[in-house]
Design a protein around this ligand. Structure first.
Ligand SMILES: [Cu+2]
Length: 73
């Protein structure tokens, strides 16, 4: 199992967490998504997946949810 953390900006509440979790969960091989919300700041999103994820796919999913992938911690 791969576990990768991403910094996501623009999230402010539980609704944002749900949106990001939902989009990332759609990626193939994703087993779990954990969000450490920092409202209005740099939230930490940890994704566990069976295989390593394509960073571009992760970025796209976060984008689809309406937020920005700022990088990795
Ligand atoms: Cu929100």
């Amino acid at each position: 199992m791969n576990s990768t953390a991403y910094v996501v900006t623009g999230m402010t509440c539980g609704h944002c967490v749900s949106a990001v979790t939902s989009e990332l969960s759609k990626l193939p091989g994703v087993a779990s998504v954990d969000v450490n919300l920092v409202a209005g700041g740099e939230s930490l999103v940890t994704v566990c997946s069976i295989d390593a994820l394509d960073p571009a796919a992760v970025r796209h999913a976060v984008d689809e949810a309406g937020y920005e992938l700022a990088g990795t911690p």
